[in-house]
Ligand binder design. Structure first.
Ligand SMILES: *Cc1c(COP(=O)(O)O)cnc(C)c1O
Length: 371
């Protein structure tokens, strides 16, 4: 079976450094809020190009903590609206509703699968306080129109950078483009922990102080609590692991782009819709894409997935049910987002990872071209 994502092979590629990093933490006797998380935060800050980084427990918490901090700082209040793409992983939306803010869903552009910037303005109201963009599937979603709206309506721009570590937009990393960003180090992300992890990056010192305090029981000084906080911190072990992997993130992303290029060159099935970014060849050097996922569309997606599986190739669907059709959001089930729904019906994610070989790509393409 050709796996969709071989996490074991990926992690083996960082040995022996990874095991050494783990052993060092084990031997240090210090497991939380120590020098590993501190130095990881500094290095990740440098990488993203921001002034403040706070390691937290996971990507969902990173986004929750940003919004919660804006509420504590009086920038937002319960009932305020946050513009967000309808086509995203549900965690983006959960972070908003968890804070009793109101997500305003916007249809994606069928070419990019990311939020359609030209559908945003008509949904801006007096209660709109921010736009949360998601660089979905590893593609930058920042756009001059979004910048114009943020400036014109004085909104906060929050990035969900869970899938887009390393992407560059106009010379800057995603995660540094707005007021704050949430990052995930879930094992399957382009930089993944051996368990959960996340981070908030921001240039806003007040926001950073609030996020750090709220993530640590609402406390800046031990046993003095200024907020009704959470416990959402990154472990020393995970931070040490991520420090090793961060050094290789750009190389890994380039390997992923090489795989994507090979797909574009070798897929010849006329019913397959390739990612927009290239009828081929720019992809190799296009750093606005980090190769997180390689998404194709096909009108008979489910049959195609079965055909792959019959041929020992594992594929995935990101995602089978859109947030507005989930039972968790019953109140939206009757809403209609036709482009979002079409994407959920037709997308299929082909295997892609920094350790996949070009021969494996050829095998996937051969099966796909026979379908
Ligand atoms: C993975 C992911 C998250 C959540 O991150 P976790 O670390 O799993 O909590 C949020 N948004 C998007 C778009 C994601 O892909």
């Amino acid at each position: 079976m050709l796996k969709f994502l071989d996490l074991k092979a990926i992690n083996d590629s960082y040995e022996p450094e990874l095991s050494l990093a783990i052993k060092q933490v084990l031997d240090s006797g210090w497991y939380l809020l120590g020098k590993e998380s501190k130095s990881f935060e500094q290095e990740y800050n440098n990488y993203i190009g921001t002034n403040n980084c706070i390691g937290v427990a996971n990507g969902l918490d990173a986004l929750r903590l940003i919004l919660r901090s804006y509420i504590e700082l009086g920038v937002m209040q319960e009932g305020d609206e946050i513009i967000v793409p309808a086509n995203t992983y549900i965690a983006t939306i959960l972070a908003i509703t968890d804070n009793r803010l109101v997500p305003i869903l916007i249809e994606p552009d069928i070419l990019t699968y990311n939020i359609n910037p030209f559908l945003i303005e008509e949904k801006i109201s007096k209660r709109t306080k921010g736009i949360m963009i998601v660089h979905l599937y590893g593609n930058n979603s920042m756009h001059p129109e979004i910048k114009r709206l943020i400036d014109h309506y004085d909104l906060k721009l929050i990035e969900d950078n869970a899938q887009s570590q390393g992407c560059i937009y106009m010379g800057k990393r995603t995660g540094s483009l707005g007021d704050a960003a949430g990052h995930s180090f879930y094992p399957g992300k382009n930089i993944g922990a051996l368990g959960d992890g996340g981070a908030v990056t921001t240039n806003d010192k007040d926001l950073a102080d609030a996020v750090r305090a709220i993530s640590n029981y609402g406390s800046k000084i031990k046993y003095e609590n200024i907020y009704q906080g959470l416990n959402s911190r990154i472990d020393e072990i995970q931070a040490a692991i991520l420090k090793v992997k961060l050094q290789y993130l750009d190389r890994d992303n380039q390997n992923r782009r090489d795989i994507a290029l090979k797909y574009c060159e070798n897929i010849k099935n006329p019913d397959v819709i390739l990612p927009f970014y290239k009828d081929g060849l720019l992809i190799k050097n296009d750093t606005s894409y980090n190769g997180h996922l390689f998404i194709i569309r096909h009108p008979k997606r489910d049959a195609l997935q079965k055909f792959f599986s019959d041929n020992n190739i594992q594929t995935m669907i990101h995602y089978p049910i859109p947030p507005h059709k989930q039972q968790a959001y019953k109140e939206w089930n009757n809403l209609s987002f036709p482009i979002t729904e079409q994407i959920h019906r037709e997308v299929l994610s082909l295997p892609i990872s920094p350790v996949m070989t070009l021969e494996e790509v050829e095998k996937v393409c051969k099966v796909l071209n026979c379908f």
